[in-house]
Design a protein around this ligand. Sequence first.
Ligand code: ADP
Ligand code: MG
Ligand code: ZN
Length: 193
Amino acid sequence: MANTGKLIVITGPMFAGKTTKLLSEIQKAHKSKKKVILFKSAIDNRYSDVDVVSHNGARFPAVTLPDGAEGIKALYEAAENYDVIGIDEGHFWDDTKGLADTLNKLAFKSKSIYVAMLNRKSDGTSFNLSKELLPFADHVQFINAKCARCAKDATFTQRVTPYRTVNGEISYVGGKEDYEARCRNCFTPPPKA
Ligand code: ADP
Ligand code: MG
Ligand code: ZN
């Protein structure tokens, strides 16, 4: 049987519309009677513990996965029973290599996989998942946001509040009050922690 799998990466800075795009693909597949499952990381509980919610308020129920190998295993086992798999905020997963390998494997099993993830960190450096996942993608959609300062195309995510400490570690999770989209000209790297 022909392999109909595909791995689509939706990337860009915060407020670009990545989650909105992911939810629209998931909802389209759902309406066309495909078996759809959406995953989110346990780290991301900004708006809801059970749904994926975009900044413009769209939402869809999601399965929350734990960190590490346990979460990857659960994802693989659950995904077996679905046609279309969505993952929001892919960069939150800590086992990036495990996630990339697993999604690649699922694409070879005729699954359609959509991963929304940030293009880079708020300090301007890269995420491991980008390096590990992009080579496996069939299609990469880069979405710009609008710079909060000058309204030009934004590709940077700017932290505008001090990072908070959770259980002794810096937490990067934050929402509208903590981050802005900025263009290269308006972006300022944060001070070293
Ligand atoms: P992403 O997942 O890329 O962060 P979302 O899909 O959740 O983005 O949300 C994008 C939407 O957020 C835009 O269509 C717009 O309506 C809204 N938005 C854009 N900029 C801001 C902002 N600075 N604060 C709040 N909402 C914003
Ligand atoms: Mg999002
Ligand atoms: Zn700007």
